[in-house]
Write a protein that binds this ligand. Sequence first.
Ligand SMILES: [Zn+2]
Length: 436
Amino acid sequence: MNRGYGVDMKINSSLFFVVVFLLICTPTFGQTMPQGADPKIWAEALKIHRKAIIVDGHNDIPSPLTDDDLDLATNTAGMIHATDGTPYHTDLARFKASGITGEFFSIYVGGDTWKAGHAMQRAMDMIDSSYREAERHPDQLMMCTTAAEIRQAKKLNKVCVLMGIEGGYAIENSLHALRNFYRLGIRYMTLTHNVSHDWADAHAGEVKNNGLSDFGKEVVREMNRLGMLIDIAHVSVKVMNDVLDVTKAPIIASHSSARAIQDHTRNVPDEVLKRVAQNGGVIMVNFYPGFLDARTNNEENARTAKLKPQMDALAKRFENDPKGLGEAQRKLLAENPIYIADYKRIVDHIDHIKKVAGIDYVGLGSDFDGVPYLPSGMNGMEDLALVTYEMYRRGYTEPEIRKVLGENFLRAFAQAEKVAGNRQISGQGSLVRIKK
Ligand SMILES: [Zn+2]
């Protein structure tokens, strides 16, 4: 099935209205023009979108690749995650429709896994699952570890599978492990997830280190030396600042939005946005409506509190039936709808980061398959062009749009590679390990 916008590359004036007509009237083309959109602006935006190299900072699909042996050739539209009953956003056909060239597969290790003592093993399992998926579909996917390989993949019309560790627990306080993760292809590490650990504090909850500990600073220096990007998503503001004090290479926030637009601890405050501009890094905007919009977040929290007794009862009733539980939970949530911000809100955050830091320091970090729902108007990665459309509609130029879609990330990544190449091999700090 042709879900893509390949047709748009061939648009000429005589075909223009035919193509627009098809885009409006034929759902099998994948991307539907937003209601009330100007067809000419829409078609131009799609042309820019298809030409651009698009890098998405964060996708949690490795969880079901690992736990359910999911094959991305499966049509996931309409499928739900067994764990929480939320819809899938990712598969091979949807990749094609999305226009994405570089996708960071999230090697996600949460605080619970760390506390249970399985952090490193979990990361190893997910890395293997990511490789296996690329091996299953060598005609469509390729493992990538450099900026140059992402550019190469665009020419080959393939999707780069890149890997980032989400949760510094994975290295289990060992720089030896950090170096081995780099050798396996990990190119960024989010220093924490939602729980503070031995050397870095998370965005909320316990303050254990007042930011980064001395060992945490050693981790940052070693990541610089290796050419692994430091990811400030999920960490406290103090850690963000500590990282910026230490790092010699550009940093990223792989999936974080702007705190001035939605005051959530997962988002990045203006003081840090300004420093990231000095550092040359990229803030990759998260699409989760709760991080984008206060009203959505407030209504979501109120709903969660209100439905807690019913949710607890369902969890008990469907104790041994995860599928039944998911269905029942979804039904209950559907009966209690909340306001969900639409895709334009993503561009409000891009606008703000552009204003405070500059157009060179903003990117995209969708969090596909890691969030329970996407902005209204978006069903999955196939709807990514909506963001391009909205930027174009607001007057962003083609070079500006290309920066946001991928070029900013490619610049920061290439610079981190350069910093790594310029540094001495293993300093003393590389041998440090926290004693158990
Ligand atoms: Zn996350």
